[in-house]
Design a protein around this ligand. Structure first.
Ligand SMILES: Cc1cc2nc3c(=O)[nH]c(=O)nc-3n(C[C@H](O)[C@H](O)[C@H](O)COP(=O)(O)OP(=O)(O)OC[C@H]3O[C@@H](n4cnc5c(N)ncnc54)[C@H](O)[C@@H]3O)c2cc1C
Length: 830
């Protein structure tokens, strides 16, 4: 057995095996896979093997699509038949709301080249007469997917991997990881059978590997402990039952009819597929418990839990309703196994926090569907430095250090329970909340704040009158909250509004090497002392890794503000870059001060008047004038008794200031501003209105327009890229050229809906791009969006169409910052 390899993959389920295969395929010829038991002995062996392409996430849809295409090619390569039944997938809707959901999903499918067709109840009945259709509105049909044998596809990938030189070692468990500065030293123990259990023997070896990938499935908590990190992957019980033969189905097939597609009755939380003349029913029921929060016992191998039939009674009855002929079929077999979940349902794929050359591929709930694509894109990241799609939405660092076992377990149960709820784009899930609150939370709550969940924080989405129910107001069109967001957006354009932006990520960078480091790390010129700049940190591939607002407090003292959802993600990149560059640039201190500073953003033509009433200054009348406090500058001011680091900038594109204040004084400041704002009609404003307003100014948002799949030049932000200096990723950025370009569009959409930022863009019959943001513009009285189109299309005045609710709606590319392009209102003096 080798003890020195380029890459060691830990875990021989579908995911680990695919990663080993794809690393070899991508050119690494020294890859080893380690499995503590037998290949597929984790969750993989008992999966139902469905490969649904339906997914709301752009990255995950790409991953699933790759898998489905890849699995079809495996037999030709390996000679092993993985039992891929391409029967299609029929997703049925009982309500118009569910159809709306499918139409929104269809946007994602379209932008990822996933084919789909619509079916009416009559068409379904004509094709599959055993299905009851009288209560259906319609269905979305994918004809290219189906189901596969999970063990066989894993063995086929294993064979393909071996053919490409991968060493697969079974009955070896990775037990300890040590980074020696250039390599991982992995202590491995030979596992042996003892009384039916799998236990460690005395035989140990140390394997040295340049890179390690963990794909440890249900053992993720043990892996986390060994690595000294947090991984919010905890399994939940998941059941499916296999029914005896259904005579009507047997007769239907005997008449020469093809196999039924996988039938998904989302409104009944279940899926059904054929199995040897009978049916398999899989459910996503309520109250499925999390398991193995503190690790998998030695006694649990390729085992199952007892069936809990009572828990799935409703779904069972719903199956009989949908396929009445199965009523007489008895129960033939049952499966209740651990299925790994994460709090948001996306797996955790990418570099581990704080560690070098350690890659995670954990938390897969659709791991058979995702295995192929995960292997493909993770191998790209490891071998080439980046994947061709932005993998940020799957990054393991999207949960910070605040995350706990209890949080992950309860959130994962909720996520399981929510698999088939209507996934409104304005959905907010209730479990584990409130958890991270800024001090003003209670005050905001008392004033009607409806909160959103951002990286654990409670952040007001909008404010509504007493008794308003956010849950019932959600929609795929304009939700019941829409009118409140309109009023808030208008308040900022016409009067004054106050936004809580405390969730922002904040770092302080100091030390003799700070200036040289940041100059290399970011694209824009560094600001002068007392000034601010917008700037970008790039990946080695020249695409956008992080957007920063940098405030320069002193020669070597900087305050960096970045997106609130990405604290750990930003910090990890920053700290690793500092570690790499400190020897060259000199001492650099980085301090995460996110939870020390609260942030209120006050904006609107009357914002200066509100602040002037409370600022303590020898001459309050001029303290906030353009002369004394110019646009894009920062100052320490005093508002009443609160010391404030004020930055004259507003993400809403109106006259305004960000007020960074000691978090323990937040309630004092809130009360002070609320009182001073009252005579000016100041409104509390939430994130939804802010999101619309920033689109009127074409301000790009991280995670939407900005990410690892586009350079800042493709985001059309050359003014924040100083090409006269050298910076990390510059050459790669220039080499990439402009593959597509970011534009702003005004849209004549339906009367009752705005785009959400996932929709396809068409020019005639040709798809030319996609939206990355969407919303409503109060300034123009119509829908607005931002997105990427082919560069030749990115011309002001170009007429395009946006596909919304399965129809094409006229849209026009407008100049950047269609509202106040000269920035006159932001710069207004007073
Ligand atoms: C009832 C049920 C039905 C399902 N149906 C579907 C479906 O239809 N479609 C779908 O896509 N998904 C389905 N799933 C989910 C699917 O089974 C999982 O997502 C998938 O198997 C995860 O694969 P994995 O490789 O990540 O984990 P696993 O298959 O659990 O593999 C992890 C492996 O790592 C090994 N390991 C752990 N720690 C170590 C260590 N320290 N050293 C060495 N080896 C180690 C384990 O022994 C294990 O073999 C279903 C799950 C259940 C429970």
């Amino acid at each position: 057995m080798k003890t020195q390899v380029k890459a060691l993959v830990v875990g021989g389920g579908a995911v680990g095996t695919s990663i080993a295969y794809h690393l070899a395929k991508a050119g690494w010829d020294d890859v080893m896979l380690l499995e503590r038991d037998e290949l597929t002995s984790g969750s993989t062996w008992h999966a139902a093997g469905l490969l649904p392409l339906f997914n709301m996430s752009f990255a995950t849809t790409h991953i699933h699509k790759y898998s489905v295409d890849f699995y079809k090619s495996l037999e030709a390569e390996t000679g092993l038949n993985a039992g891929f039944a391409v029967v299609g997938n029929l997703r049925m809707a009982q309500t118009q709301e569910r159809m709306d959901e499918f139409m929104l999903y269809a946007s994602t499918a379209e932008t990822c080249d996933v084919p789909y067709v619509w079916m009416t109840p009559d068409q379904i009945k004509a094709k599959w007469p055993l299905i009851r259709t009288d209560d259906l509105k319609g269905a979305l049909y994918h004809h290219t997917d189906g189901y596969i044998n999970p063990a066989d596809v894993t063995q086929a990938m294993a064979k393909g991997a071996r053919q490409r030189g991968v060493a697969i070692e079974r009955k070896w468990q990775a037990d300890a990881f040590h980074w020696n500065g250039t390599h991982w030293e992995v202590t491995c123990t030979k596992m042996v059978e003892k009384g039916g259990n799998l236990v460690p023997s005395d035989e140990q070896i140390v394997i040295t590997a340049e890179h390690v990938v963990t794909a440890s499935g249900n053992h993720a908590q043990r892996t986390a402990k060994m690595l000294g990190i947090k991984i919010p992957a905890i399994p939940v019980e998941h059941q499916f039952i296999v029914m005896d033969q259904d005579p009507a189905l047997v007769a239907h097939r005997a008449a020469g009819n093809p196999e039924h597609p996988v039938i998904r009755d989302a409104d009944a939380q279940s899926y059904v597929r054929e199995e040897r003349g009978g049916w398999i029913l899989g459910v996503y029921e309520k109250n499925a418990p999390a398991v193995f929060e503190y690790g998998v016992p030695d006694s649990f191998r390729a085992d199952l839990f007892p069936l809990d039939l009572e828990r799935i009674e409703d779904q069972y009855m719903a199956m009989i309703h949908r396929i009445p002929s199965c009523e007489e079929s008895g129960l033939k077999d049952d499966f209740n196994g651990p299925i790994c979940y994460t709090p948001d349902g996306n797996p955790l794929v990418g570099p581990a926090p704080g560690l070098r050359n350690m890659w995670l591929a954990e938390g897969f709930s659709f791991g058979i569907t995702a295995a192929g694509g995960t292997g493909y894109y993770l191998a790209q990241m490891m071998v080439h430095g980046e994947a061709e799609i932005d993998m940020a939405s799957l990054d393991p660092k999207r949960y910070g250090n605040w995350m706990t076992t209890e949080f992950a377990a309860r959130k994962n149960e909720e996520c399981y329970d929510h698999v088939y709820v209507l996934h409104h784009p304005d959905e907010e899930r209730p479990a584990c909340r409130p958890l991270r609150t800024s001090p003003a939370y209670d005050r905001q709550s008392a004033r009607g704040a409806q909160f959103g969940f951002v990286n654990g924080w409670e952040r007001p989405n909008y404010y509504a009158p007493a008794g308003f129910n956010d849950h019932d107001a959600r929609s795929f069109r304009r939700g019941g909250w829409w009118q409140y967001a309109v009023e808030e957006a208008k308040a900022i354009r016409q009067g004054v509004g106050l936004i809580d932006a405390t969730a922002f990520t904040k770092h302080r960078i100091t030390g003799a090497g700070a200036t040289a480091f940041l100059d290399w790390f970011t694209t824009n010129k560094l600001p002068r002392i007392g000034r601010i700049n917008l700037t970008y940190a790039l990946t080695a591939h020249g695409t956008t890794r992080t957007e920063y607002t940098i405030v320069r407090n002193a020669e070597n003292d900087y305050y960096l503000v970045s997106a609130g959802a990405w604290t750990a993600y930003d910090q990890d990149y920053l700290l690793k870059a500092i570690e790499d560059k400190e020897a060259e640039f000199g001492r650099i201190n980085a301090q995460d001060v996110t939870t020390q500073w609260g942030v209120f953003a006050i904006a609107g033509p009357k914002s200066r008047d509100v602040l002037a009433a409370v600022i303590k200054d020898a001459d309050p009348a001029t303290a906030l004038s353009n002369k004394r406090f110019p646009w894009l500058s920062a100052q320490r001011i005093e508002l009443g008794m609160c010391p404030v680091n004020a930055i004259r900038v507003a993400y809403t594109g109106e006259l305004g200031w960000e007020l960074h204040h000691p978090v323990e004084m937040q309630n004092y400041l809130f009360d002070l501003l609320e009182k001073a704002g009252a005579p000016h009609g100041m409104k509390l404003v939430g994130a939804r209105a802010q999101n619309w307003l920033r689109q009127e100014k074409s301000y790009r948002a991280f995670g939407n327009e900005l990410g690892r799949d586009a350079t800042p030049l493709e985001a059309d932000l050359p003014r924040f890229v100083d090409l006269t200096k050298d910076f990390h990723g510059k050459d790669a950025m220039l080499e990439k050229g402009i593959r597509s370009k970011c534009v702003t569009l005004l849209i004549d959409g339906p009367d009752d809906a705005d785009p959400w930022g996932r929709e396809a863009l068409y020019h005639g019959d040709t798809r030319v791009g996609r939206l990355t943001s969407g919303g409503y513009s109060v300034a123009f009285g119509k829908s607005i969006g931002m997105g990427y189109v082919k560069p030749e299309m990115a011309v002001v005045g170009t007429k395009l169409q946006v596909k919304m609710l399965d129809q094409l709606w006229p849209a026009e590319i407008v100049e950047d910052s269609p509202y106040d392009p000269q920035n006159a209102t932001i710069r207004i003096d007073g």
